[in-house]
Design a protein around this ligand. Structure first.
Ligand code: PEP
Ligand code: MN
Length: 235
């Protein structure tokens, strides 16, 4: 989603099928410094405009505490990415604001480390933390990461915080996203983070794991069947 037209098209499509929050990165923590780094503040403006048009909330990744004030003008939820899960200065700063924080599990972090990172935010007085299982590094290399579905019931037992799953980064492969999304909901996830792009083969980031709007709509239909089986409802 790099052009205003693309951002609008995706916002419109996902809002129609029941998504509530538009997540797009304006500051991208790319593994290579030579890869597309995001559109910066201009990108945040585009995301905000598209979200307002289709009555969606905005979540976007904050990479450094110097960005918090500026980003606060555009986002409803701050995302802390896997690579920053143990950036304790950033976590403490986010503990001093009142906007919700989506805290992603580090790629080699244990569940306990994730919960302790959340404590950095909570202990500052910001109780609005959403945890995210986004896959971890294991000996298995077939997929991008190993989505730790078991972390969902474990966290449900250990913490009162909501836990969402990200099968997009958790698998890295478009065709593996729907089955793992369904499994995450069946396991008790409170939400899903799904990457959608209207032209994934030409996406500047993570195209291989992005669903098309049509695939996303199909997945939502399936999730609406699974959710009630485990006592959940999708409004
Ligand atoms: C993202 O959500 O776009 C992202 C970079 O994810 P992660 O931090 O989980 O790698
Ligand atoms: Mn991504």
């Amino acid at each position: 989603m790099e052009s205003p037209e693309q951002i609008n098209a995706v916002a419109e499509a996902v809002s129609k099928t029941g998504a509530r929050i538009l997540r797009a990165g304006a500051f991208k923590p790319r593994t290579s410094p030579y890869a597309f780094q995001g559109l910066g503040e201009k990108g945040l403006q585009l995301i905000r405009e598209a979200a307002d048009k289709f009555k969606l909330f905005v979540v976007s990744e904050v990479m450094d505490l110097s960005q918090i004030e500026m980003m606060g003008q555009y986002v409803d939820i701050f995302q802390v990415g896997a690579r920053n899960m143990q950036n304790y200065f950033l976590l403490r700063a986010l503990g001093e604001i009142q906007k919700p924080v989506l805290l992603k599990r580090g790629m080699s972090a244990t569940i306990e480390e994730l919960l302790l990172s959340a404590e950095y935010i909570l202990s500052g007085g910001n109780y609005n933390v959403i945890l995210c299982e986004r896959g971890i590094r294991t000996f298995e290399t077939y997929l991008r990461n190993t989505l730790d579905i078991a972390a969902i019931p474990v966290i449900k037992k250990l913490s009162h915080l909501p836990i969402v799953a990200d099968p997009s980064h958790g698998t890295g492969r478009r065709d593996k996203v729907p089955p793992m999304a369904r499994a995450a909901v069946a396991a008790g996830a409170d939400g899903l983070l799904i990457e959608v792009h209207n032209d994934p083969d030409h996406a500047l980031s993570d195209g291989a794991q992005s669903l098309t709007p049509v695939e996303f709509a199909q997945l939502m239909t399936e999730i609406r069947i699974i959710a009630p089986a485990v006592g959940r409802r999708i409004p």
